[in-house]
Design a protein around this ligand. Structure first.
Ligand code: SF4
Length: 445
């Protein structure tokens, strides 16, 4: 079969007219563009495990204007999409169904809402795609596709992970970063989290030799790659990383990962990370005050129990030359209108390299969506197009919708201001250089 692997791209497109002018500033745009240009690792992985008798092509769709360029000489279309663009994914499926070409869709959204997805596509892959992809291929080749494959209860063994088909990516496409996975899932369970925790019930790790083989393959395709680890919470298994980092160091790559606040308490790990080429970590602080985090993590209230001051964590990590992208969520039940000033002061005082400001978003399949629905606080049910992280779809508790939106937009103007960003990063550079001089007598930047 000829198979089109189609990623519906742009994860959280921001409409500046709705989100406000702060989101047009270069300081915001750079991280957003990096996210938007990430290739779909899920599709590349399925392509990598497709037997040689089939041929896969990889492409991206950003709007229905792209339909004209889509190939028609294919026998099967495999779609992957986030919630915010799910209607574009369904429109893509309809485009192919009119041509008589079967479509299959997977990913967290389709896995959480398989009946909705099945109304638009011929088949739905539920859960981790590797668990059912070969069955889908066999049935598609035999012309007997079923509606549903896989299950949220099935767990793929990462020891059987295949090499993603990185060679399918168009090298002229300007990918700022190439994605790679070392783990799946997260030991925590935040109420709003719509990441792979929805698909992977347990935290699991890819064997080190497989990760290194993928790094080597990426380096064979791109001489100076910037890797974005597509893990949700990368450094949970410290022993694993103490083994992997010296090997990564030999590969001379630059990379980004998502971590939790405990990283700030681990100078030995930070030292190895810096040496291995880790340039940036994203940490979900959510709110600068621990009191705002009560009840956010549903298993053990882990987030609110952390004793490390988030400010100290930022300083400890950045001193090692690893830039912190702090993620903050606005609209938590515990937050009041003073949250906007509190976050601004946090950014100003820590000289944090970058921030990701997002509105609390009820994604499908999350406990947050169910709770807000139960409490009658959803503005509109099934409004997946609002799952951009910059649109609102719920009634906040301690402020009204207008206050939340205005405060959010106003904070973005202040935080992403060009002069403020330049001054913050200049001071950050000075701190890093001073720290390196004091500890090693060398400058890393
Ligand atoms: S710590 Fe991060 S990845 Fe883990 S459940 Fe919470 S939001 Fe999701």
């Amino acid at each position: 079969m000829q198979i089109a692997m189609i990623a519906i791209s742009a994860t959280g497109s921001v409409n500046p007219e709705r989100a406000g002018p702060g989101f047009q500033r270069p300081a915001f745009a750079s991280r957003n563009q990096a996210i938007d240009s990430l290739p779909s690792l899920a599709l590349l992985t399925l392509a990598g495990m497709t037997p040689d008798e089939h041929r896969c092509r990889y492409m991206e769709v950003r709007s229905d204007a792209d339909f004209a360029a889509l190939p028609q000489d294919v026998d099967l279309v495999c779609l992957s999409s986030y919630s915010a663009q799910i209607h574009l994914a369904y429109a893509t499926a309809r485009h192919y169904q009119q041509l008589g070409i079967p479509t299959v869709i997977g990913g967290p959204h389709a896995s959480c809402l398989p009946e909705e997805a099945a109304a638009h596509c011929d088949a739905v892959a539920i859960g981790e795609g590797e668990s059912c992809w070969r069955n889908i291929l066999e049935d598609a080749a035999a012309g007997r596709l079923r509606k549903y494959y896989g299950s949220l209860d099935a767990s793929f063994d990462m020891r059987n992970a295949v090499m993603p088909a990185y060679e399918l990516l168009d090298h002229n496409n300007g990918y700022a970063r190439i994605t790679l996975e070392t783990s799946r899932g997260c030991p925590h369970r935040c109420e709003f989290c719509a990441s792979s925790v929805l698909l992977a019930q347990k935290y699991k790790q890819k064997p080190i030799d497989k990760v290194l083989a993928e790094v080597d393959r990426i380096k064979a395709c791109w001489p100076r790659p910037f890797l974005e680890l597509a893990d949700d919470n990368t450094f949970v298994n410290r022993k694993y990383w103490m083994q992997l980092l010296p090997e990564l160091k030999k590969r001379k790559v630059r990379w980004f990962a998502e971590a939790d606040i405990r990283l700030g308490n681990d100078p030995e790990l930070l030292e190895l990370l810096a040496e291995s080429g880790c340039k940036e970590v994203l940490i979900g602080f959510e709110s600068p005050s621990p009191g705002h985090l009560d009840g956010l993590e549903l298993r053990n209230d882990w987030k609110s129990k952390q004793t490390l001051d988030p400010r100290d964590a930022v300083t400890a990590i950045q001193q090692h030359g690893i830039m912190v992208v702090g993620c903050f969520v606005f609209g938590l039940d515990s937050q009041e209108p003073d949250i906007f000033d509190a976050v601004f002061e946090f950014v100003r005082d820590t000289h944090i390299y970058d921030v990701q400001l997002t509105l609390l978003t009820p994604f499908p399949g999350t406990p947050l969506y169910e709770r807000l629905k139960r409490e009658g606080r959803l503005l509109k049910e099934n409004a997946w197009e609002r799952c951009t992280l910059f649109d609102i779809n719920f009634v906040p508790k301690n402020m009204n919708v207008e206050t939340l939106l205005e405060g959010f937009a106003g904070l973005a103007v202040r935080v992403f201001d060009d002069d403020f960003t330049v001054a913050r990063r200049r001071e950050l550079r000075r701190q890093v250089v001073t720290f390196r001089r004091e500890t090693r007598g060398v400058s890393p930047m």
